[in-house]
Ligand binder design. Sequence first.
Ligand code: SF4
Length: 69
Amino acid sequence: MITVHDGQCGTCTYFGADHSDEPKLVQIRITHKAEPDLVEPCGHPEHRPLDLQVTPVSGCAGYTPAKVA
Ligand code: SF4
């Protein structure tokens, strides 16, 4: 497992796009731990047309903290 910090995709509301409420993704926001090989789509409106795929420790200036449970 890798550690996910505030400001990184794993704790962003757009991580996982339309399925960000999946238990696996919610757990990342709670524990700040993620599988190292996890890749998810980003649902940010500016990234959707590009089908951007990100890891929990990626990041960008569009970061928006997700609500934790
Ligand atoms: S790429 Fe940016 S907007 Fe998308 S999940 Fe990561 S931090 Fe959030």
